[in-house]
Ligand binder design. Structure first.
Ligand code: ATP
Ligand code: MG
Length: 311
C-alpha cells in the first residue's frame, strides 16, 4: 500500500491536477485509492465536487483533534476512489502546530490504522515546505514531483531535494523519490523539449523521471469546475489517456520498488545544473539548516515520540 506525496513547493505546477487524476486513473485500474487533501487551499476537495464549507470532519480534525481518520474518509463519484478532505480550518494548522513536539509525525500516526485498507494513498501537498508538507513526507514511501518543462522550472527544486534528504536522514529513512513528472507539457515548443532533455540527462541514474508526460490541455483545466476527474469528464481525451498511462507506470515503479526491498535513489548526490535556469546544489549541511529553522524536527529525529492518537 504505497503512500505517495505529490509535492513541489512551487505553486501552480500541477500537483492537485496530478493528485486527483492519477488517483482516479489508479482507481480505474481496480486499485483502491485514498486521496488526502493536505493543502489549506482545499483544491483537491473542491475539484472532486465537495464543498469545503460543508465538510465538518476533515484532515484538520484528524491531525489537530485526534479524530479517527476512518471517520473523515468519504466515497467519491468514482468507485474505488476515496477522499480525506480539507476544510476551512486547515489554514490554521501550520501556526497551531508550532509548539507541538510531535508535529512532524501527526499524519503518519493518523494514517497508521488505515494504510492496509488501500492499495494507494496519494497526498496533495501545499505549495510550501512547511510542517504540513513535512508531515506528508514523513508519512510517505515516495514523493512524486510534478514540474513544468519551462525556463526556471528547476528553480526551487534544490530546496525540495534538500528537504527530502533531510526527512530521509532525520524522520523517514525509507522515503524515496517515486519520480519527477513533466506537467503541462507542450511538445511543440523547442524550449519544452530542451528542458526535458536536460532534466532527464541530469537526473539519469540517480533520480527517476517518469517516461509519461502530462500534456497541456484545456480539458484538464476544465474538469475541476465540474467536480470530476478527467477520466470521467473527458474519458477519451489526451489528458485522460496520459493519466491512464501514468497510472500504469506508477504501478510498475512501485511494484518494482517493493520487489527490490525499497533501494532508494540517493538524493544526497546532486551537483549543479546550468542552462535550464535552476541550480541543484550539494545537499550536505541541509540537516543543520532545517534544524536551525525548526529545532523540534531535529529533536524528534533523536527520540521519536509515542504515537499521540494510537492506542
Ligand atoms: P498549488 O501550488 O496552488 O496547489 P498546483 O501545483 O496544485 O497549484 P494545479 O492546481 O494542479 O497546480 O494547476 C494549476 C493550474 O493549472 C490550474 O488552473 C489547473 O487547472 C491548470 N493545469 C494543471 N495542469 C494542466 C494541464 N496539464 N493542462 C492545462 N491546464 C493545467
Ligand atoms: Mg494544489
Amino acid at each position: 500500500m504505497p503512500v505517495i506525496s505529490i509535492a513541489n513547493q512551487k505553486g501552480g505546477v500541477g500537483k492537485t491536477t496530478t493528485a486527483i487524476n492519477l488517483a482516479s486513473a489508479l482507481a480505474e485500474q481496480d486499485q483502491k485509492v485514498l486521496l488526502v487533501d493536505l493543502d489549506p487551499q482545499g483544491n483537491a476537495t473542491t475539484s472532486l465536487g465537495f464543498n469545503r464549507r460543508e465538510v465538518f470532519i476533515s484532515i484538520y480534525e484528524v491531525l489537530m483533534e485526534g479524530m479517527n481518520a476512518e471517520s473523515a474518509i468519504f466515497p467519491t463519484i468514482q468507485d474505488n476512489l476515496f477522499l480525506l478532505p480539507a476544510n476551512e480550518n486547515l489554514p490554521g494548522a501550520e501556526v497551531q502546530l508550532t509548539d507541538r513536539p510531535d508535529r512532524a509525525h501527526l499524519l503518519k500516526h493518523a494514517l497508521i490504522n488505515i494504510y492496509s485498507h488501500y492499495d494507494y494513498i496519494l497526498i496533495d501537498c501545499p505549495p510550501s515546505l512547511g510542517i504540513l508538507t513535512i508531515n506528508s513526507l514523513t508519512a510517505s514511501d515516495g514523493v512524486l514531483v510534478p514540474m513544468q518543462a519551462e525556463f526556471l522550472a528547476l528553480e526551487g527544486l534544490t530546496q525540495l531535494l534538500k528537504t527530502i534528504a533531510i526527512v530521509r536522514e532525520s524522520l523517514n529513512p525509507s522515503l524515496e523519490i517515486t519520480g519527477v513528472l513533466f506537467t503541462m507539457y507542450d511538445g511543440r515548443t523547442r524550449l519544452t523539449r530542451e528542458v526535458e532533455n536536460e532534466v532527464r540527462s541530469f537526473f539519469e541514474g540517480r533520480t527517476p523521471v517518469f517516461q509519461n508526460v502530462i500534456p497541456r490541455t484545456v480539458r484538464l483545466a476544465e474538469a475541476p469546475s465540474h467536480g470530476v476527474p478527467i477520466t470521467l469528464y473527458a474519458s477519451t481525451s489526451n489528458g485522460a489517456e496520459a493519466f491512464r498511462n501514468l497510472a500504469l507506470e506508477v504501478i510498475n515503479v512501485t511494484e518494482a520498488s517493493i520487489g527490490e526491498g525499497a533501494e532508494g535513489p540517493d538524493s544526497s548526490e546532486h551537483e549543479s545544473i546550468g542552462t535550464t535556469g535552476g541550480t541543484i546544489t550539494d545537499t550536505e549541511g541541509a540537516v543543520g539548516e532545517v534544524a536551525e529553522a525548526d529545532p523540534g524536527i531535529a529533536d524528534q529525529a533523536e527520540s521519536p515520540p509515542a504515537p499521540p492518537f494510537v492506542s
